[in-house]
Write a protein that binds this ligand. Structure first.
Ligand code: ZN
Length: 400
């Protein structure tokens, strides 16, 4: 005979109970691990997290299944003596949430078997959603949606859910959705006319209690399809969150929630087109700017420091400058705490830009390099930018 009678086996809605303390041990954490002669607390197992609640008002933070040794109630702030009678109370909102997810899983898993002969290989209740790994090769949207639709019809038909205790010989004759790893007596959960499976978890009285089942996402993982779903209160919370996000996005585009994807797609297209036009205009602007800089340059050498100009823009300007013969361009930009450099020369001009760049970057505590005609680099020592350019210019005059 097992130490702890598991009251949750026969009634998943029982949350208040009296029990006698069978054993108490102190854990490393200083908290008590209490074994009772009976409990309504569900311990972690089968993909379903533990219940929480109170014993004589003290917090039950977790319950652990210790097999035939009973259920360990890890309790903060109490150390009762053996034989004492305690009052237990299970947190109902957490229990209801777990029942909705767990029962929802039975229904959704059977829907995939029923429609696509795709078995569920594992199940987990996560923090805000749940996962099942289903043996499904082609998780097209339509396939997933058909299973979700069937599952919700079963929820709304409000079918009865019965617990049946059978011997393993009896179980062998029954069309169970999955085999049990246990020997001896089996606890079967039967959803009227839909699903029959061995399980030790807590389930709704009727399928209607699950409320709704919604799939959030799915992906192929390790040869299976991992499906993330939410049921009951989690589905409502998820809907609220999704609706808020969708409305916030729609507001950014000054449109309604359902029009937002279309409007956003249009914007993305426009954005790409604008970028293409900006690139063309930038090249034109660089040509004009290059003309002006060359008009002021002495002997074709342009030395110029800009503020907040990115490397791409510096390179564009450099290319526009060296399109003319006999030009050397030593360009730089201060951008917050970074100095950027682009050195370039026309094919017929003298000087090794990569050497100049290495020397200049060394002064900026940075790095740079490239080819004799074009080099780029940068550094963090922005204060030295002017002297780095002067140094590069000096080196250039030695070269020529
Ligand atoms: Zn179950």
């Amino acid at each position: 005979m097992a130490v702890t009678e598991r009251l949750y086996y026969s009634d998943s809605h029982l949350i208040e109970f009296d029990a006698r303390v069978v054993d108490v041990t102190e854990r490393v954490s200083g908290w008590a691990a209490i074994v009772l002669d009976r409990t309504a607390f569900y311990p972690t197992g089968g993909g379903q997290p533990s219940d929480t609640g109170t014993l004589n008002g003290a917090r039950v933070v977790e319950c652990i299944d210790d097999g035939d040794n009973g259920v360990l109630h890890v309790v903060q702030g109490m150390m009762p003596s053996r034989g004492a009678v305690v009052q237990g109370r299970v947190d109902w909102s957490r229990r209801l949430d777990h029942m909705q997810q767990h029962t929802g899983q039975h229904i959704l898993s059977q829907a995939f078997v029923n429609l696509f002969n795709a078995a569920t290989k594992s199940f987990r209740v996560l923090e805000t959603s749940c996962e099942i790994d289903v043996d499904l090769n082609n998780p097209a949207t339509e396939i997933i949606e058909r299973a979700v639709e069937l599952a919700n019809n079963v929820v709304w038909e409000d079918r009865a859910i019965e617990i049946r205790n059978v011997t393993s010989a009896e179980a062998a004759e029954l069309p169970l959705r999955k085999e049990s790893a246990r020997d001896g007596e089996l606890r079967l959960i039967e959803i009227e006319g839909f699903d029959l499976t061995p399980c030790g978890g807590t389930h709704a009285y009727r399928t209607g209690e699950v409320g709704i089942i919604a799939v959030r996402s799915w992906e192929r993982a390790k040869g299976l399809t991992r499906i993330e779903f939410v049921a009951g209160t989690r589905a409502l919370a998820d809907y609220r969150k999704a609706n808020r996000s969708a409305r916030e996005v729609a507001a950014l585009f000054s449109t309604g929630r359902d029009d937002a994807p279309h409007v956003a797609a249009q914007m993305v297209e426009e954005h790409k087109e604008l970028n293409r036009r900006i690139r063309v205009l930038e090249e034109l602007a660089a040509e004009v700017e290059a003309e002006k800089l060359l008009a002021d340059a002495s002997q074709g050498v342009v030395v110029q420091v800009f503020n907040g100009r990115d490397a791409e823009s510096l390179k564009k300007l450099a290319h526009a400058l060296i399109a003319k013969p006999g030009v050397v361009a030593l360009l730089a930009s201060r951008d917050k705490d970074t100095a950027r450099l682009v050195f370039a020369r026309s094919a017929d001009a003298l000087g090794d830009m990569s050497v100049l760049m290495r020397e200049a970057c060394a002064m900026l505590d940075g790095r740079g390099g490239g080819k004799p005609e074009l080099a780029q680099g940068g550094g963090k020592n922005v204060a030295k930018l002017d002297s780095a350019l002067t140094h590069a210019l000096t080196l250039l005059s030695h070269d020529s």
